[in-house]
Ligand binder design. Structure first.
Ligand SMILES: [Fe+2]
Length: 380
């Protein structure tokens, strides 16, 4: 017995069964419940004309708007003009299969529900269709109640899924808005922090005009070296911030010592040597995102332990602090000092080259020399 015959018999059975029709009409009222909602639109795709007409008749009798197509190609054209809330589709049709057509529908029209119809009850096929997103799988011969219940369930599930999608979209939008707002706040905080850092740098340099600009130039060189050796963005920013305030401890050194135009006495030099400790004490309670206070503390330490104030050596010195040391020495030697004229970049790089591995991290020393020699860095 072919599916057409089966359905025809089923149809005949329904026509002959007044109880069935009554029940169906009662069900229809529930199916299209929703008050003043516009009728749901259903596209029926089946190559067998009697089945198309029967489905259309059942659905229209129950308040749905229905259009039919005899193959996938016609159905695709119809979808352009007939907004379908549900597609009821046969699996086996000449031309494009029902399964391929439904795959297209679910992708191109995500708000459209789908129910498949087949004469063959194949559990594996049914499972793969449900995985695809098809709501139900009706086996011919169909009965009126079964069709209407399946359609009603499909619409209920579709509404839930659409509400869920809308909720997720709203949630995502809310998260995006909160993230934007947080980023704007972070950006303001970052600007405030940079402003405070610049103010600190300016305060120190106001008392010590000979080193005015020194910290900024050290920051530029230190950031360039950090980038050259592959520090990540966060580390480079840490180096830049620490460099721009690295000498703030000089605020405790009398201005006449800072600007003394002759050699310093041992006592005067001992006072100067306290500035990393003083700087550390000033910034240690500020919660920077990085260990800026230790970088300030260590900027005069040397690899072999001959630096000050602690005489830290090797790995005791942070990589970021080692960058500061190299950049600080090069800038200081190249520039004018109260007690001597600037020695120039070549002399400064000579010092770095000569004592790399002893005082200075050799990789950082090489990176610094390479930046100048290749013309990729120069002081303003
Ligand atoms: Fe210093």
């Amino acid at each position: 017995m072919g599916p057409q015959t089966q359905l025809a018999e089923s149809n005949a059975d329904m026509e002959l069964n007044p109880d069935s029709a009554t029940t169906t009409e009662g069900l229809a009222e529930k199916v299209i419940a929703g008050g003043g909602e516009s009728p749901k639109q259903i596209l029926v795709v089946d190559d067998e004309r009697p089945i198309r007409l029967l489905l259309q008749k059942i659905l229209e009798a129950n308040g749905y708007l229905c259009r039919t197509a005899e193959n996938a190609s016609d159905a695709r054209n119809l979808l352009d003009e007939f907004t379908s809330d549900l597609v009821l589709c046969d699996i086996n049709m000449p031309g494009e299969s029902g399964l391929d057509f439904i795959r297209f529908v679910l992708k191109a029209y995500p708000d459209t529900a789908a129910i498949m119809v087949s004469a063959i009850g194949d559990p594996h096929l049914a499972e793969s269709m449900l995985e695809l997103g098809v709501y139900d799988y009706i086996i011919k011969p169909m009965d009126r109640n079964g069709i209407l219940i399946s359609v009603a369930n499909a619409f209920r599930r579709r509404e839930l899924e659409m509400a869920n999608r809308s909720y997720r979209r709203n949630l995502e939008q809310m998260v995006d808005e909160r993230t934007d707002s947080l980023q704007r706040s972070m950006s303001k905080l970052e600007n405030a922090m940079n402003g405070i850092v610049r103010a600190i740098a300016h305060t120190v340099e106001t008392r010590d005009p000979y080193t005015a600009g020194h910290q900024r130039r050290v920051a530029d060189l230190a950031a360039a070296i950090a980038q050259e050796v592959g520090f990540d963005r966060d580390q480079i920013e840490a180096v830049r911030v620490a460099a721009i305030i690295h000498d703030l401890g000089k605020i405790s050194v009398p201005a006449e010592i800072l600007s003394k135009p002759s050699r310093l006495t041992a006592n005067e030099f001992n006072l100067i040597k306290e500035h990393p400790q003083v700087g550390y004490d000033i910034v240690k309670d500020i919660e920077f995102p990085w260990d800026v206070s230790t970088m300030v503390y260590q900027h005069h330490e040397k690899l072999d332990g001959s630096g000050y104030p602690l005489g830290a050596a090797g790995d005791e010195i942070l990589p970021e602090s080692r960058v500061l040391t190299v950049a600080d020495v090069v800038e200081a030697m190249a520039s004018h000092r109260p007690y001597r004229p600037g020695l120039g970049v070549d002399v400064a790089l000579g010092e770095i080259n000569k004592n790399k591995g002893k005082f200075y991290d050799p990789e950082l020393a090489r990176a610094c020399i390479s930046l100048f020699k290749s013309g990729r860095f120069s002081f303003d």
